[in-house]
Design a protein around this ligand. Structure first.
Ligand code: DQA
Length: 143
């Protein structure tokens, strides 16, 4: 398939609050700063990185579908929906482009309800635990 030169970065619920949300866990970087890092990563490589955030499950499903049409790959931090949403899992399974699941924190080392993600089994891969660098490592994997 022909390359579009576009990668999507999609963030789920509560990640709009990064920077002031539990900073001891999630760090001080805002979502805007992380998105800018991702776009900069793209500019240095001739890839257009398009960033999105939604607190709404159905909107995230729509964004994954859109990424499937418009992008060569998707970086997805489904946040809490990773642990609960079969709809988001089905969206990831439905698109033909690779989706890399990311988390800022190492969810395997946290509460037991975070240890299972519906997305992992249908994702191309998983990067977690490296803070904002998780996103860059995921972009690297898709490039
Ligand atoms: C998170 C981990 C999730 O368990 C949590 O619900 C989030 C953020 C992360 O990036 O570490 O909102 O996805």
């Amino acid at each position: 398939m022909e390359r579009k030169g576009v990668l999507y970065v999609i963030n789920g619920p509560n990640l709009n609050l990064l920077g002031r949300r539990e900073p001891t866990l999630y760090g001080k970087a805002t979502l805007g700063e992380i998105e800018e890092l991702c776009r900069l990563w793209g500019r240095e490589r001739g890839v257009e990185v398009r960033t999105f955030q939604s607190n709404h499950e159905g909107e995230l499903v729509d964004l994954v579908h859109r990424g499937g049409d418009e992008a060569d790959g998707i970086v997805l931090n489904g946040a809490a929906y990773s642990h609960t949403s079969i709809a988001l899992r089905d969206a990831v399974a439905a698109v033909s482009v690779p989706v890399v699941e990311v988390h800022l924190t190492n969810t395997a080392a946290r509460e037991s309800f975070r240890r299972h993600s519906y997305l992992t089994a249908v994702a191309a891969g998983l990067v977690m635990g490296f803070g904002p660098r998780s996103y860059l490592l995921a972009l690297e994997a898709l490039n």
